[in-house]
Design a protein around this ligand. Sequence first.
Ligand code: PAF
Length: 284
Amino acid sequence: MEIFTDKDLLQDSLIKQKLSGKTIGFVPTMGNLHDGHLSLVDIAEQKCDLTVVSIFVNPLQFGPNEDFDAYPRTLEADQQKLEDKNVDYLFLPTTNTIYPSGMEKHTKVEAIDSLTNKLCGASRPGHFLGVTTVVNILFNIVQPDVAVFGKKDFQQFMILKRMADDLCMPVDVIGADILREPNGLAMSSRNGYLSDIEKDHASHLRANIIAIQKQIEAGDSNYSSLENHAKQQLTREGFKVDYFNIVNQSTLEPATPSDKKLLIAAAAWLGQPRLIDNQEVNLM
Ligand code: PAF
């Protein structure tokens, strides 16, 4: 695995690879890699000749009271996992490499409001602006044919896919299924903030989503009542619910009874950590 911190050197090397006919799969990450990330690498490797992974904890996507400083940084272990997966390139930019004139003065790329102003975007103002901006910069450096993102962050995936389509970017943005712990908890770098007891308890988020999925599949389309029921249940179980919404999978607008492709999306705090999870529901 070749490791680059310099964006020009990485770009030179990748351009040579492209000119020799190689396709490039890209997995942007913030590190602290778990099996969920490695499943994205598997997809990139299946789809392309070469795989590039980036690790960059992007300060622009963290709010002032969020966990940027505490975000787990485990570079040595990450590097080993990527070596074991035979990843070809690892890109480790510094903040100065990504934002040479500082974050404030850097050009930003803003996705459409109707996708960014709800769910996680409602409680994390500026978060998606940080995500779309950094992913644009990374795409321009790496120039991938395929980029893979986890569907645990379903809203992020939809925003990035739409951004790539709207801006005619020559990249296929692919969403990968959520990988879960044996108790159902969606894998996440932030699960490391949970104690063992909290990890057990966190599985209730998933259990509530599944219970609502079953009710929807059984024909219940009173979505606001289902949402309220789930919120009350989670609150009783010790979560502080940020949102629990049943939405249209592609617009992320509240689902209507005529929608066939739904998403149950939830975010809730369990103590300090904020957990997110979702479930696609495809009705006949
Ligand atoms: O999902 C993440 O880890 C980040 O939001 C991403 C896409 C790497 C951008 O910083």
